[in-house]
Design a protein around this ligand. Sequence first.
Ligand code: ADP
Length: 223
Amino acid sequence: MKKAIICNDVYKSYNDLPVLTGIDLEVKSGEIVAIVGPSGAGKTTLLQILGTLDTADMNIKTKIEIEGVKLQNMKPSRMAAFRNEHLGFIFQFHELLPEFTALENVCMPGWIANNNAKILKEKAAGLLNQMGLSDRIHHKPLELSGGEQQRVAVARALINDPKLIFADEPSGNLDSKNAASLHEIFFKFRDQRGCTFVIVTHNDTLAEMADRKIILKDGKIIS
Ligand code: ADP
């Protein structure tokens, strides 16, 4: 079975504060993994390192392989291109750009990748349609509800057809109905496209729905 993530011996300290103290983790392609644990356990730090948004403290045994590509010694410019092409991100607070419409926000990672603008626009509209937002595509984020904003953020995460999607408390800011429909979208896209999802969450329902629940405590995986 293909592996989306293989990491060994991942450590991270901020100044003298040890945050990750030896993480070994493998995630299979197409798996939905929930990372849970108390606040301050290091969940976001781990997600950011796996998502190439932060770097681990490398030692001789540290290995981080994402979609078959070793991250060690990768140049920042190559890392940025790899991230744009292969990874998708969904954050707790949608992080949409307020001056752009829903459609433009979804197109953004595709524009950065220099993809054909016309094809991108059609694809973005198709994704927003699948999110039930076909009559909202020309609205700006502030004109959308929290649930709608987060679904736009999911469409943006999917525009470049990433194999691997990282989500940090994606439903943390949503009511239970909007949270449930967001979670359904994750499972739908996994089933349709075989995407892998790694999701940091405090939402018990989502954690139980996931294929696997990883519990992090004091910078270590405890189960
Ligand atoms: P979790 O997501 O499990 O709540 P985090 O990974 O956000 O935990 O944080 C783990 C610890 O690392 C916390 O004590 C936090 O204050 C600290 N931390 C996170 N990011 C930084 C940073 N950039 N600089 C200093 N300390 C940080």
